[in-house]
Design a binder for this molecule. Structure first.
Ligand code: NAD
Length: 362
């Protein structure tokens, strides 16, 4: 960050003219280029509580400054744990007042998917940058509205695809660009876990539940990022072994993708089966990643003997530091809204294919 500040000073010629300014002007000018961005988490459920807030204690480019919650009983614990000031605590009704809070630069939406578009758009309208959890939203039209709102308000939008910040995942993303083993012929990608709950939002259609949006996007990203291409067609089928729970949303989905280069992908996702692997078969070799979508310990190997096993203290801290760095330096986000939208376009086609029992062109 010191380097960034030096670059900023160099770029603006700030030091040469600083003595001509009053101390107040000097203070506000330095404030304009913060060392660390203040983040407000919206929704204090499992992911915020167990992963994001602890990770924000490790970040260098951003810090936890605020919370937005509809559950007042959670506030004392968060205040105590993270030293959150009263003035930085909001609820879903007074959320827009964040617009006037200089300590908060980023609003991170960590709510059920059906609420992502409404809250991301409200966040963008406050003039703060927006981070939103995956899946971006249940529909393409909602994703497009989120992107538009951020463009109109001139704020940045990032989707919480933590894996794309993990060097172990970036290893095969790099292979998609450099093609060390020639063209991709086939990708096999699976992401699932056993969810024993029956009344959570993940089992409710109205809240954006279902395995496809939740875990299916990891299987899909495996195929998209391995080929570096967007699929042109899909054929999908859903399965349920627990119809008493999975009658509104899908428990298991199998989907096959075809890419413009001719590469094929067989993808699986489930709330009933633990799966976490990716295999990419190229013309002249292979890459295997197992586990593939975990918070820690993703690793793999390549047919030329290369081992993929980069250490990473916290995937979430890396993600938020990367995203804060991009904002601080006015760079494009590594995982922008458009990337979330690309997935949801395929997710919509998966559902259409499963419902019509036929191949869908994308
Ligand atoms: P959760 O159920 O534990 O928490 C959801 C939060 O939303 C709770 O604080 C709840 O009070 C609040 N909420 C507000 N209105 C609600 C409503 N009408 N119904 C239900 N909850 C409501 O869920 P979570 O696991 O923390 O997931 C939150 C988001 O984070 C989702 O988008 C999920 O996909 C995402 N997530 C991402 C990862 C990842 O690895 N990137 C991991 C887990 C969750």
């Amino acid at each position: 960050m010191a380097t960034n500040r030096r670059n900023f000073i160099k770029k603006t010629g700030f030091l040469a003219t600083a003595s001509a300014f009053s101390p107040n002007i000097l203070l506000s000018a330095t404030k304009a280029k913060k060392e660390k961005l203040g983040v407000a988490l919206v929704g204090l459920g499992y992911y915020s509580t167990d992963l994001l807030a602890p990770a924000l204690q490790l970040t260098k480019n951003c810090e936890l400054k605020g919370i937005v919650t509809g559950s007042p009983h959670k506030i004392p614990k968060w205040k105590k744990l993270y030293n959150i000031k009263d003035k930085n605590i909001y609820n879903y009704q007074n959320f827009e007042q964040i617009a006037n809070n200089n300590e908060i630069d980023v609003i991170y939406i960590v709510l059920p998917p059906s609420m992502h578009s409404e809250y991301s758009i409200r966040a963008a309208n406050t003039g703060k940058h927006v981070w939103c959890e995956k899946p971006m939203a249940p529909s393409v039209s909602e994703c497009e509205a989120m992107i538009k709102a951020c463009e109109v308000n001139k704020v940045k939008l990032a989707i919480g695809y933590r894996c794309q910040h993990d060097p172990n995942i970036q290893a095969y993303m790099k292979a998609a660009k450099e093609k060390p083993f020639g063209k991709v012929k086939m990708v096999s990608s699976a992401a699932g876990y056993f969810d024993g709950r029956s009344t959570h939002w993940k089992q409710k259609k109205s809240l954006g539940g279902g395995a496809m949006g939740d875990m299916g996007v990891y299987a899909l990203q495996g195929a998209r990022l391995a080929t570096g291409e967007e699929p042109i067609s899909v054929i999908a089928k859903t399965h349920t072994t627990r119809p008493e729970i999975y009658h509104e949303v899908e428990e298991t989905v199998m989907f096959q993708l075809e890419f413009p280069s001719g590469a094929l992908a067989a993808c699986h996702t489930s709330f009933g089966i633990r799966m976490s692997h990716l295999q990419i078969d190229y013309e002249k070799g292979w890459i295997k990643i197992d586990p593939h979508w975990k918070y820690a310990g993703n690793k793999g190997s390549m047919s030329n003997g290369t081992i993929i096993d980069f250490p990473l203290e916290s995937q979430q801290a890396k993600q938020m530091d990367d995203d804060a760095y991009s904002i601080l330096n006015d760079m494009p986000m590594m995982v922008p809204g458009e990337e979330g939208l690309r997935d949801i376009r395929v997710v919509e086609a998966v559902f259409k294919s499963a419902a019509k029992n036929c191949e869908i062109k994308i």
